[in-house]
Design a binder for this molecule. Sequence first.
Ligand code: HEC
Ligand code: HEC
Ligand code: HEC
Ligand code: HEC
Ligand code: HEC
Ligand code: HEC
Ligand code: HEC
Ligand code: HEC
Length: 463
Amino acid sequence: MTEQPQSTASNGWRSWITAGRVLIIGLVGVIIVLGLILIITAVEEADKAAEGRERVDALANSDDSCVQCHRRTTPGIVQQYGFSTMAAANVACVDCHEVDSNYAGAVEHEGTYVLASPTTAMCETCHQKEVREFYASRHSIPAYVAMVGLEGISEDLLARYEAIPEAAVKPNEMRNSLHAIEGPAVTRFACESCHNIGKPAEDGSIGQCQKCHLRHEFSLEQVRKPETCNACHIGPDHPQWEIYVESPHGIAYHTGGEYWNWDAEAGTLTVEDFPAPTCAICHMSGFGSTGTTHDIGDRLTWYLFQPISERRPSWQDNLVRMQNVCLECHNTNFIEGFYADFDDLVGAINNWVEVSDEMIAPLKEQGLMSPEPFDEPIDFVYFELWHHWGRTAKFGASMQGPDYTQWHGAYEMLKELEELEELVNGKLSGEIPAVSPRVVNDGVASPPPLEEAPEEAEAPASE
Ligand code: HEC
Ligand code: HEC
Ligand code: HEC
Ligand code: HEC
Ligand code: HEC
Ligand code: HEC
Ligand code: HEC
Ligand code: HEC
């Protein structure tokens, strides 16, 4: 042992210091732990308070007879409605549901008459502005006509359809025919789920507000989030949701959206509430100097959904309204430059669709294409070229989705133009038959023709 222990004197003060240090460290530790506990409790309290503020059940002490019985029979509905601002404003179940006995669609219920599915007319008693704007939009009767065609509606509805300036564009018959070909067993779950947003009701009113405003909360937060629009604006022919997800605006939403002011009062929204836009902000919300609207066509310049896009009526005014939204966050040069480039892209895509029209023109002239839609491969190639890829390229460019403009858009168009050329040549040379009957008819699926049908298939299925 070469090292001698330190002198007792120094040992003394050193151990005092060590003891002191331990004490101080201990004390600091205790203070930190206590502090943390305090902070955690405070945060928990704040959370509870915040939750309490948002989740006040306005119906907790309600003695309304509908509420009391339905709390037992359909507790989910009462629970949801209790959290709505409408319940807090004393709007009752009967305000939306109760009608006279002779009202169209009325069902007798517990000594009164109710609508199982309240119509737009019910909302209109309190929300005239929203209903008026909705009626002027393509979300109302045009959305329904897009599916069933103009022949399927009454004269009154036709008049209302024709009164909508944005409905000047006639529905594309090729697509209506899919509704008829597939038949109700399928379309009930397909076209109708989306296009019933504009379905006429028995009482003469139009549309289903609840397609966006999920009942029974009718929450502003829910309806402002892009997932609401995602229910319909998705898929190969209108991938607005997918495009939004890959755009810088969508990235901002997905990475920071939880801090945005979702319940801000309508009409007064600013960049403080929303540092980047959702679908609703660009197309509907009051933002900057542009006012709130339920007319979703009010800020659009092109009919992008058309095979060959044309300008909309009063597109210059619409442009100003949309640009005033952009200009809350971007400068004028940036936005004008963006729009000039976007307009050029629309022109380029229009040209490619025109090329496809020219390619099939001789077949039409020579009667080498069947007049029936969707009964031969060439119909599908020609259709997808503009309906899927052409539109997707335009949507991608207008809403900052480069992958959709390129690989799900322009590239697919080039590929389909080549395929179309091959099919056209095949038809002109007689290699491909002029007409072959559709394999599936009128909503009754029949198996595609087999080379050699099995014996049993011939036997009648009666008994
Ligand atoms: C005594 C109980 C009771 C009362 C009071 C009551 N309901 Fe109901 N309600 C029911 C039951 C049970 C059903 C059926 C639920 C089911 O089918 O699962 C129902 C169904 C409904 C339906 C759907 C009808 C349909 O045809 O699909 C609506 C809408 C409705 N109630 C609204 C109301 C309104 C509004 C009031 C107040 C005026 C009210 N209810 C009062 C028990 C009640
Ligand atoms: C602001 C209007 C509004 C109010 C207020 C309202 N409802 Fe409804 N309710 C609707 C709408 C819209 C539908 C139809 C949903 C659909 O068809 O998709 C509906 C559907 C229903 C249904 C049938 C559908 C189902 O899911 O079973 C019942 C039952 C019902 N409501 C009960 C109530 C009760 C009870 C209250 C009060 C606690 C109430 N509603 C308040 C708008 C309202
Ligand atoms: C009896 C009148 C009345 C009827 C009927 C009515 N509402 Fe309301 N609604 C109100 C009132 C009042 C408010 C305002 C609540 C507030 O801002 O505090 C409101 C607010 C709303 C809001 C905004 C919610 C928010 O958090 O600011 C939506 C969305 C809404 N209603 C949709 C509907 C729909 C859809 C219908 C029809 C199915 C309907 N309302 C029927 C009176 C009504
Ligand atoms: C997932 C929801 C959804 C389904 C399913 C759906 N659509 Fe659509 N459809 C839309 C949306 C969203 C648009 C708007 C695209 C746009 O404006 O960019 C649209 C646009 C259209 C248009 C263009 C508008 C017009 O008047 O020319 C037609 C036609 C159409 N759909 C017909 C149909 C038919 C027929 C079916 C079924 C065979 C169908 N759709 C199935 C959501 C859907
Ligand atoms: C396409 C989806 C959509 C449809 C369909 C829709 N709304 Fe809305 N609604 C919204 C959005 C988004 C907002 C919030 C706008 C904002 O950010 O201020 C809203 C807000 C509202 C508000 C609150 C407005 C305010 O100034 O406080 C009312 C009331 C309302 N809607 C009623 C209706 C009625 C009635 C219908 C049916 C005619 C309807 N909505 C159909 C999307 C929709
Ligand atoms: C239930 C289905 C559905 C929902 C939900 C929905 N839409 Fe639509 N939307 C449609 C259909 C169908 C069309 C096509 C109507 C037509 O052109 O005939 C359409 C068309 C549009 C158009 C083009 C209108 C025009 O004049 O060409 C815009 C913009 C739009 N929707 C925005 C929105 C926004 C924003 C939301 C969410 C807040 C939303 N939509 C929610 C079904 C829906
Ligand atoms: C940054 C703003 C912005 C956002 C966010 C945005 N859009 Fe758009 N949207 C536009 C612009 C700009 C156009 C092209 C308008 C024109 O024709 O001038 C457009 C076009 C459309 C169209 C095509 C209408 C037609 O003519 O066929 C639909 C439908 C649509 N948007 C729906 C949506 C949906 C749904 C979302 C969210 C998933 C969304 N938009 C997000 C700005 C936006
Ligand atoms: C509420 C604010 C806000 C609004 C409104 C807004 N943007 Fe943006 N925008 C942003 C933010 C944030 C970014 C991401 C900035 C970055 O890339 O650093 C962005 C990025 C962009 C980009 C760059 C795209 C890229 O790939 O780099 C374009 C183009 C654009 N926005 C166009 C528009 C158009 C057109 C409108 C109106 C139709 C609009 N924005 C409305 C906030 C907004």
